[in-house]
Design a protein around this ligand. Structure first.
Ligand SMILES: *Cc1c(COP(=O)(O)O)cnc(C)c1O
Length: 425
């Protein structure tokens, strides 16, 4: 469906039923698949023939939905994972190993920060974190001879910084490594990192893609543009024989468009098993069918709330990249001209205690460890996700004690603003 607009792809890409087949994506609720001969099944195990043999690696329902997400991002192949965490781990670990090094924006989701700086460090993979606003020279100095990937978030959760995708892609490509962009917050409806030079795109589909707080999930999309063979010495996993698959060389057998995802499925999914359940993939697809209708509404509600908060004297600071007063406005205009997402963060002058009192008084916005839901929700990082930190540590990390992250849902913005006004009083 390459030539269709994004909204049409949201509704119809990925699954195109034939004559007499179900209109809605079938949920293939089966762990395994039947074959007439052992020889036929053997071909699957050798990656000689396409097909399914065990749902720990692949399932048709998941593949329909992954194909839709790949089309939305403008990539050549995609896969679903059990969570966004699994997606980012797989995307990185598919090309990194003991002794590798990653350059990552420092402004990323806390879970991904832990994954890279603590858990992957235990696997012998080093990281250098760089300020998302780093100059080209500063970025250059972060690279090492063993750097294998560059990582960042298009709109970072929760800092709401906007990644200069072109700048990061150029730096990555100068060093012969791919740029991986977590595009969870704007979704491909509002930002398509591949069009700006990103090589791999990841998602926590738990957020706007599902959009209803119903199913945890993740996705990985390959642009099909990164030439692994041109940097063969850096990526032996893709460019030398895989002994666990009878000596297949992924980059040779599956080409630019298929090597990354095929290796990720046949090695990492086989060995780690972070598959999304087909039932959740079905729910995810229901969310995707209205993603292009919901994203503009989320962004408009975020804008209405952000503009209102700016007028209130109880509020010392508002962050929302679509606001002309936001430092990331120029990058937001460039990479997501139709709007970003519905997440707004703001700081109350009264600090931690004012934030807690304010949140108690909200009637529509629920206190939740979640964002990107149809229902508005909010969180005070200082007393929840970051509660082990002192006020001084919080300030140093750019998360003041009075900061509130509000994820504007799909309610009427008038009611959201009235709810905030009442709580501020
Ligand atoms: C939530 C989130 C993740 C992690 O996703 P899960 O589905 O919760 O595992 C990764 N990246 C970003 C930007 C997120 O917001």
């Amino acid at each position: 469906m390459k030539n269709y607009e994004i909204g049409t792809k949201c509704v119809q890409a990925g699954y195109r039923p034939g004559n007499g087949e179900p209109r809605q994506i079938p949920i293939v609720q089966s762990t395994t698949f039947k074959y007439d001969t052992s020889e036929a099944m053997g071909k699957l195990f050798d990656l000689e023939a396409p097909g399914y043999f065990y749902t720990r690696l692949q399932n048709p329902t998941n593949d329909y939905v992954a194909a839709k997400i790949a089309e939305l991002e403008g990539g050549t192949a995609g896969m679903l994972t059990s969570s966004g965490q699994a997606a980012n781990f797989f995307a990185l670990f598919n090309i990194c190993e003991n002794g590798s090094h990653i350059v990552s924006s420092s402004s990323i989701y806390g879970g991904t920060f832990n994954l890279i700086s603590v858990t992957m460090a235990k696997m012998g993979i080093d990281v250098t974190f760089v300020d998302p606003n780093a100059s080209e020279d500063e970025l250059e100095s972060a690279f090492r001879e063993n750097t294998r990937a560059v990582f960042g978030e298009s709109i970072a959760n929760p800092a709401l910084t906007v990644l200069d995708i072109e700048k990061f892609a150029k730096a990555a490509h100068r060093h012969g490594v791919p740029l991986i962009v977590d595009n969870t917050f704007p979704t491909p409806v509002h930002c398509r990192p591949i069009e700006w030079g990103a090589d791999i795109v990841t998602h926590s589909t738990t957020k706007y893609m599902d959009g209803h707080g119903a199913a945890v999930g993740g996705a990985i999309v390959d642009s099909g543009k990164f030439d692994w063979m041109a940097h063969a010495d850096k990526f032996p996993g893709l460019t030398t024989p895989d002994e666990s698959y009878h000596g297949i060389v992924y980059a040779e057998k599956f080409g630019l468009e298929g090597a990354f995802i095929t290796k990720c499925t046949s090695q990492l999914m086989r060995d780690f098993g972070c598959i999304q359940s087909p039932q959740n993939a079905f729910l995810l697809n229901l969310g995707l069918e209205s993603l292009h209708v919901r994203m503009p509404k989320h962004a408009a509600n975020g804008m209405a709330v952000a503009k209102y908060l700016e007028t209130r004297e109880e509020v010392s600071k508002v962050s929302f990249p679509d606001l002309p007063t936001d430092p990331y406005y120029p990058l937001a205009k460039k990479y997501m001209p139709e709007g970003g997402c519905g997440v707004v963060s703001f700081e109350l002058k009264g600090g931690r205690s004012a934030a807690l009192e304010f949140m108690k008084k909200l009637r529509l916005a629920a206190i939740e460890t979640h964002v990107a839901d149809a229902r508005t929700c909010c969180l005070n990082p200082a007393t929840s996700t970051h509660r082990q930190m002192t006020d001084e540590q919080l300030a140093a990390a750019g998360i003041p004690a009075g900061l509130i992250r509000m994820s504007c849902g799909l309610e009427d913005s008038k009611d959201l603003i009235a709810d905030i006004e009442n709580a501020l009083k």
